[in-house]
Design a protein around this ligand. Sequence first.
Ligand code: PLP
Length: 395
Amino acid sequence: MLTGGTVAASFGDMIQRSYLDYNATAPLRAEVRAAMVDAMALHGNPSSVHAEGRAARAAIETARTKVANLVGTRSENVIFTSGGTEANALALAAQAGEAWHCYRSAIEHPSVLSGGRFYRETTTEIPVTAHGVVDLAYLARELDKHRAGGWRPCVSLMAANNETGAIQPVAEAASIVHGARGLMHTDAVQAAGRVPIDIGALGADMLSLSAHKIGGPKGVGALVLAEGVSVEPLIKGGGQERRKRAGTENVPGIVGFGVAAELALKDLANAEAIRTLRAELERRVLASAPDAVVLSASVPRLPNTSCIAVPGAKAETLVIGLDLAGVAVSSGSACSSGKVEASHVLNAMGVAPELAQSAIRVSLGFGTTNTDIESFLLAFGELVKRLKQSPKAAA
Ligand code: PLP
């Protein structure tokens, strides 16, 4: 058990942990694991016509229906991939060779920021407000400006941000984009299973999903297409996934994704309970550290995500201190090449660098209990007290 319970540490001893990092990855759900273990016995190749092959194919198609249900579409529109990253790349590779221009918000996941097959010269960044919501007027102006250029826009706007949880106006963006004869892609990797998602209501032409954010396995995801939309394959070879993604399917992974999607859809009924836990967490964080700032607090957010900046503290110090106390959270900054860089999301929101470097992300999920919240608050309170007594300890 990894969620808010006792986990076996690598040395075999048992320690009490509180896992509050669902946006990094959610724990594998027990039902998912059991279904995956069963699926490992399906040794047939899903493309084979014999009984073994047909059994594997049936398991994939059952999972496809479950994933389609999560986003309100038909199973025919689901293309399984190796994860959210590949789904985003597939969406942004779709128009390769044609006269397209890519527009994406400044707070997208790095897999969208990398641009798929779009070059820097054919990419325009759309800014966000101080609250972390895309500037739609800016998008509309850019699309108008470029209409004369004769190319078609491909716009990528995430359904909700992974660091702040800020929900983006995808449906409004889609109507602007369609007015400009463009294609709308949304990265719904964090939003799916946390808030209701319907590809039709969002007006998205392409929508990315990832299994491991909703209690499924890592290394599997999907690109979901709207009716009548097609994409060029990124990986070519065999005819799998209706010729949109070659390679023998990851049967246990896809089966696990299906079960996770089915449970995530049911769990939407518990979203308010998670929102209540987060509200209590934020209320008491602000009571123990009155100068702390909850980012994107004034705009609609995912119910599970809280991005908290603690002036004077270093996020890494908080993350390590909390970890030592048995609580897992993330820092809002990315650590790359040994150098801690400020989060591009908080930077795009205009958050001052010192404040951005003090931001931690707490993300809750299906296994989060009151005890997890109490453990976090106890450890956080102690850390902040220490910080006030000895500001040097914060660095
Ligand atoms: N998009 C968003 C918003 C994410 O948060 C992530 C994962 O962190 C991804 C895409 C990538 O998904 P995957 O880890 O399945 O490649």
